[in-house]
Every structure is written in structure tokens, then in C-alpha cells.
Design a protein around this ligand. Structure first.
Ligand SMILES: CC(C)(COP(=O)(O)OP(=O)(O)OC[C@H]1O[C@@H](n2cnc3c(N)ncnc32)[C@H](O)[C@@H]1OP(=O)(O)O)[C@@H](O)C(=O)NCCC(=O)NCCS
Length: 134
């Protein structure tokens, strides 16, 4: 897993909309990695971090895809794997202006369950809380 950190750091850095964590923090959570097939086989194209926060509740903490590999279903594959691994309802927070991510989540059946006003950027950006049942 630690050998994947440079790739995670690279994708995170290229994805300013994603949470920017010190990569060592990922060792505290569960990580799913998407590997390219075909040309570029084996290259890490995306990742997500999540945790099982209670027996019937999980939390998607971060997801990002390399800019060169977007709109190819990489995040969809990660969310599908997350749905298979996590138990119960899955929650996430996403910045209200991040329409591509919100479109992704809605595409996969996440629904809006709340708003956290001023959650990001020193109170200037709202978080939309979304959830997906099994
Ligand atoms: C959001 C993100 C993870 C999507 O990854 P992706 O691999 O390109 O997504 P997919 O190819 O699986 O997209 C599946 C569907 O989501 C929606 N979607 C994804 N990106 C979209 C975009 N830029 N605009 C509109 N809808 C989008 C579409 O419905 C898409 O289906 P379609 O391509 O058949 O139209 C990627 O753009 C990214 O890494 N962004 C920066 C990091 C980020 O915002 N993370 C979310 C933090 S909460």
C-alpha cells in the first residue's frame, strides 16, 4: 500500500477539488485503487479513501481521478467497489460548487440529505451532505 502513495499524491495534487491530505494520513483509512487496463496497464488512474464508521454506516472521505483518465468510468468503478465493500448507508460531503462530483454521485444514486453551511474555505463554501443506501 505505501508503494501506492506517490501515485495517490500525484493524483491528489492534480485534483485541487479533492481533499488535500498528507499522504501518510491515508494509512488510517481504507483505500481503493483503480488500475488502468489496456494501454497504460497497471498505472494508477484514481483512488478513493473511505471508512466503515459504524456497523451500518460508512463514509466516503476522498475520491480523485487523474485528469488524463477522467470521463472513462474510473470513478464509477471505484464507487462500485466501495458499494460492494462497505456495509450500510454511505455518506459523503462535497463542496457545493463541485458540480462534476455532485453529478457523479447523483449518477450513482446518491441523494442530498443536508447542507453544512460554510463548511469549507473559512466559512465561504457550503458542503452538500449526500447518502446512498444499499
Ligand atoms: C469527480 C471525478 C472523481 C469524476 O471521475 P471520473 O472518473 O471522470 O468519473 P466517471 O467517468 O466515472 O463519470 C461517471 C458519470 O459522472 C458524471 N460526471 C463525471 N464527471 C463529470 C463532469 N466533469 N461533468 C458532468 N458530469 C460528470 C457523468 O454523469 C458521468 O457519466 P458520463 O461520462 O457517461 O456522462 C473527477 O472529475 C475528479 O477527480 N475530480 C477532481 C476531484 C474531486 O472533485 N473529487 C471529489 C471530491 S468530493
Amino acid at each position: 500500500m505505501e508503494s501506492d502513495y506517490p501515485a495517490i499524491a500525484r493524483i491528489q495534487q492534480a485534483s485541487p477539488e479533492a481533499a488535500q491530505w498528507p499522504v501518510g494520513d491515508y494509512s488510517n483509512f481504507r483505500i481503493l485503487i483503480a488500475l488502468l487496463a489496456g494501454e497504460g496497464k497497471g498505472i494508477i488512474a484514481g483512488f478513493c479513501a473511505w471508512r466503515q464508521s459504524a456497523p451500518d454506516e460508512a463514509e466516503l472521505l476522498n475520491v480523485a481521478v487523474s485528469p488524463a483518465s477522467r470521463r472513462m468510468g474510473v470513478a464509477s468503478a471505484l464507487l462500485g467497489a466501495l458499494r460492494r465493500e462497505a456495509t450500510g448507508k454511505i455518506y459523503l460531503e462535497v463542496a457545493e460548487p463541485n458540480q462534476p462530483a455532485i453529478a457523479l454521485y447523483e449518477h450513482h444514486g446518491w441523494v442530498r440529505v443536508g447542507v453544512r453551511n460554510g463548511y469549507y474555505k473559512q466559512g465561504s463554501v457550503n458542503a452538500i451532505v449526500m447518502a446512498k443506501s444499499t
